[in-house]
Design a protein around this ligand. Structure first.
Ligand SMILES: [Zn+2]
Length: 58
């Protein structure tokens, strides 16, 4: 059961949303921190975790 929880956490952590166009992008958190991730639709480099969007979007 612990394995499932871990997998779920990884799933959430692996998805980031572009701050500019809100496009979802699956990448590793390390890449986001290092800003080596580029948005496919707008080319922006600022991302945030999908979970944060859900909380602030309420
Ligand atoms: Zn974008």
């Amino acid at each position: 059961m612990a394995k499932f929880k871990e997998a779920e956490q990884r799933k959430i952590k692996g998805i980031f949303v572009c701050k500019r166009c809100k496009a979802k992008q699956r990448t590793s958190p390390i890449k986001v921190v290092l800003k080596s991730v580029k948005c496919r639709s707008c080319g922006g480099k600022s991302f945030r975790a999908l979970r944060k969007i859900k909380v602030s979007g309420k």
